[in-house]
Design a protein around this ligand. Structure first.
Ligand SMILES: [Zn+2]
Length: 66
């Protein structure tokens, strides 16, 4: 009778809470990952594959931050 704490866990966490971006290569949304915790502002690609695609597609690009 003493335990009436039914308000615990009232808010359910959804994966949608994570920040997301649109990949500049495949234009698909991708969610934040732990490995990007330190460089999320600079992340532009959803995957290593897209990143390589970008590099091979534009060899003349001078912005090599990643
Ligand atoms: Zn992509």
């Amino acid at each position: 009778m003493g335990k009436a704490a039914q308000t615990t866990g009232g808010k359910m966490r959804k994966k949608a809470d994570l920040p997301a971006k649109i990949c500049v290569i495949c234009h698909r949304p991708f969610a934040w990952r732990r490995k990007w915790a330190v460089c999320w502002d600079q992340v532009r690609y959803c995957s290593e594959k897209c990143r390589r695609t970008r590099q091979s597609a534009t060899l003349s690009v001078q912005d090599r931050r990643l």
